[in-house]
Design a protein around this ligand. Sequence first.
Ligand SMILES: C[S@@+](CC[C@H](N)C(=O)[O-])C[C@H]1O[C@@H](n2cnc3c(N)ncnc32)[C@H](O)[C@@H]1O
Length: 213
Amino acid sequence: MNSRYEALVKIAGPVSRETFDRLLAFEQKFLHWSKSINLAAPSTLPHIWERHILDSSQLVTHVKHADSLVDIGSGGGFPGAILAIMLADRTQVHLVESNRKKASFLNTVLHELGTPAQVHAKRIEDSYDLVGRADVVTARALAPLKLLLELASPWISGGASAYFHKGRDYQQEIAESDTLDSYDLLIHQDLVTKEGVILQLSKKQQPAAPGGE
Ligand SMILES: C[S@@+](CC[C@H](N)C(=O)[O-])C[C@H]1O[C@@H](n2cnc3c(N)ncnc32)[C@H](O)[C@@H]1O
């Protein structure tokens, strides 16, 4: 075992050798495909493990009990493909990505790794019926919080908890989200960047009507 493995376990909890090997293989395939398609900002390519894979893996401790998870605007697979690899034997993972080349990368590479995720090469707005209900919805670097809540609304209204990676300006995004009153919000420190946060949101329960069952 090496320092990468130790860092992963520290962030995400117990990880099997097979899962670790799959994450290393994903990194290699990501770098290979990045020569021909734009999967991530070029400046981040030398730091994929920390900036993208480790950063995605920190959600595992929050979502490991979910039966179903949808990652929207998955891009090159963060956090969705990493969660699909790490939760392969317990969670049905859907990835929604409208860019056909990126969706093709995700589909091909996850298939090669034997990871049973469903990739939808669709706009999020056109994927609600395809995906169906989910226990968890995730998104990273997709949109400001106000728009994210609109995009994820069908899943959150159906009972999903949302986990959104946000940068250091998250408080401004919270202030600009005028529908936040109807959500319960928890703020977790981002264990990898230390500057950002993970916002956990779920729909507030309506109080039972007086005299109701
Ligand atoms: C900035 S990238 C972030 C990708 C990834 N989540 C990450 O953190 O590296 C945003 C991705 O969302 C996709 N996207 C944006 N709007 C979308 C929409 N309405 N439906 C589906 N995908 C969308 C884009 O094609 C792009 O790949």
